[in-house]
Design a protein around this ligand. Structure first.
Ligand code: ZN
Length: 385
């Protein structure tokens, strides 16, 4: 099967983040087996999802992991010109379909190059690491990366995460964490607003505090020009319906906020500062209502940022493989920071444009598939020397 045929097959599995991925995992496993490659599963607790990893080549230190995710985002509410789960070639050099770009393009390049890998006389191994639930918060990658470390006796050195980057080597990625804050206030007639504590009013003030915190980081010069925007962002995107009537003081409210940090900022420090501010607010408000409380919990786990130094050997490797020296940084979350945290030198480099991801008529240009296969071909050459 060529790259396009594999991509068409992968796109036909409409496995969304959060859903069981057994169907697509089984197909990939069958593909690996047909090519004589043994694989290892990393299942979730109820067995409804699993990551896959495998090694091609000898059990020698210094190998390279090619990593991608098998899940995609939903298509609901999007106007697609063709069936999103049928890879469509409109004759314009592009292949349309959900996940065609993010990131089944990379997976299909990895798989289509497999025969070349198994035929080559690899001196250093190449690994595949395919995860699930990336699109709902990079949930599976930490366990997958740890599993790779404990499964193999040798130590892989590098990880190339194939998120869409137009094959530009990416060495920086923002981190992200999402929090939920719940405020417990006191109910009462709206005329008594100065006697009770409105959970809605206090929530609104906390959200303004968060926005001010973001602005103060910018003013303090916490800038990293590699990113767009070049600063950490703090944003409240969900304030679920709180309160019961216009004339009743609300006794509970909650809101969700996300923090996207540049590598030199720390989401945990921002949270700590927010928490200490919340304790002060609690003290003040308890004079009016003794059970006033503000609680903040992680809504999904911290996805660490990526900041691979230019002098790391993975940077020299990816420059050699792609022939590109224009290192970049991205503002989206990806699994690269997690692989780096697990001890692998990590970069992002994959086919397609992130601008096409997550939207109607997502596509990948055919020339991007060719470029990615050329990069993997080059990797095979380098690992065979
Ligand atoms: Zn992705």
């Amino acid at each position: 099967m060529n790259t396009e045929e594999i991509l068409a097959k992968l796109v036909s599995f409409s496995v969304l983040g959060g859903q069981s991925n057994i169907s697509i995992a089984e197909w990939i496993e069958e593909f690996l087996t047909k090519h004589g490659v043994a694989f290892v599963n990393v299942p979730n607790t109820d067995g409804s999802k699993r990551s896959i990893h495998c090694r091609i080549g000898p059990a020698i230190d210094g190998g390279t992991i090619l990593s991608g995710h098998m899940d995609v985002v939903p298509v609901e509410g999007q106007e697609w010109a063709s069936d999103p789960f049928v890879l469509t070639d409109k004759g314009d050099g592009k292949l349309y379909g959900r996940g065609s770009c993010d990131m089944k393009a990379y997976l299909s390049c990895c798989l289509s190059m497999l025969p070349e890998m198994t035929k080559a006389n690899l001196k250093k191994p190449i690994y595949f690491a395919f995860s699930y639930d990336e699109e709902i918060g990079c949930l599976a990658a930490p366990e997958l990366a740890e599993h790779i470390k404990t499964t193999y006796t040798e130590k892989p050195a590098y990880a190339i995460i194939g998120e869409p980057s137009m094959m530009q080597p990416i060495v920086g990625q923002k981190g992200i964490v999402i929090y939920k804050t719940r405020v417990n206030g006191s109910a009462g007639h709206s005329s008594r607003i100065r006697n009770e504590v409105s959970a809605i009013h206090e929530s609104a003030k906390l959200i303004v505090w968060l926005e001010n915190k973001m602005n103060s980081l910018v003013e303090a010069g916490q800038i990293d020009d590699r990113f767009d925007p070049p600063h950490s962002s703090i944003h409240c995107g969900l304030f679920p319906q709180s309160g019961i009537a216009p004339n009743v003081i609300s006794d509970s409210a909650s809101f969700y906020w996300d923090v996207r940090v540049i590598p030199k900022d720390n989401a945990k420090e921002i949270l700590e500062e927010f928490e200490s501010h919340c304790r002060e607010v609690e003290q003040a408000c308890r004079k009016r209502f003794k059970d006033f409380k503000i609680e903040t919990v992680e809504d999904h786990p911290d996805v660490p940022s990526l900041d691979t130094p230019d002098d790391y050997s993975v940077v020299a490797l990816i420059k050699e493989l792609t022939g590109r020296n224009d290192l970049g940084a991205v503002s989206y979350a990806a699994e690269a920071g997690q692989f780096a945290e697990a001890g692998f030198q990590a970069v992002i480099c994959g086919p397609g444009d992130i601008k096409q991801a997550h939207r109607a008529d997502e596509f990948v240009a055919k020339e991007q598939l060719d470029k990615c296969c050329a990069m993997i071909s080059q990797l095979i050459l380098v690992q065979s020397q």
